[in-house]
Design a protein around this ligand. Structure first.
Ligand SMILES: [Zn+2]
Length: 147
C-alpha cells in the first residue's frame, strides 16, 4: 500500500517539477531572446561605422558578443537576469531553488568581472550593454566607443 502511495507521490512530483521545469525553460528562452534582439540592435548601430566586427569571439576571455578587432573593443550584451544586474529584472530570482539561482548568478557576476579585467589588462576596451538599457543609454555607451 505505501509503495503504491509512494509511486503516486513520485509521479505527481515528477509531473509538477516537470511543469515547473517547462515553465522555467520557457521563461529562460524569452529572457535569452530579449538579449539577442538587444544584441542585434547594437550590431545595427555599429554597422555604419564600417569597421569589421566579429561575434562571439571564443578566443577572448568571456567570449565577447561583439568585437571590433581594429579598435580593440570588446562588447558584452548582458541579460539582466543571468548576469545579476541591479535593475528590477535582474533582482527577480525564481522562488523555487532561490539559493541555487542566487549562487549561480553570483558566480556569473564574478566570472564577468574576471573576464573584463583580463581583457582590459590585454589592452581591450570593454563595454557592457544591459538588456534593460534604454535606447538612449545604449547609444551613449556606444557613442563613447566611437569617439
Ligand atoms: Zn538590467
Amino acid at each position: 500500500m505505501w509503495k503504491k502511495a509512494a509511486r503516486e507521490v513520485t509521479k505527481k512530483e515528477r509531473t509538477e517539477s516537470n511543469d515547473v521545469g517547462k515553465l522555467r525553460s520557457r521563461i529562460m528562452r524569452a529572457v535569452g531572446s530579449k538579449a539577442t534582439s538587444c544584441e542585434r540592435t547594437v550590431r545595427d548601430y555599429l554597422r555604419p561605422l564600417g569597421v569589421r566586427m566579429r561575434y562571439n569571439v571564443a578566443s577572448l576571455p568571456g567570449k565577447p558578443d561583439i568585437v571590433i578587432p581594429s579598435l580593440r573593443f570588446a562588447i558584452f550584451v548582458h541579460g539582466c537576469f543571468w548576469h545579476g544586474h541591479g535593475c528590477r529584472r535582474g533582482a527577480r530570482i525564481p522562488k523555487t531553488n532561490a539559493a541555487y539561482w542566487t549562487a549561480k548568478i553570483a558566480r556569473n557576476r564574478a566570472r564577468d568581472r574576471r573576464n573584463a579585467a583580463a581583457l582590459r589588462r590585454a589592452g581591450w576596451s570593454v563595454v557592457s550593454i544591459w538588456e534593460c538599457d534604454s535606447g538612449r543609454v545604449r547609444e551613449r555607451k556606444l557613442k563613447a566607443l566611437r569617439e
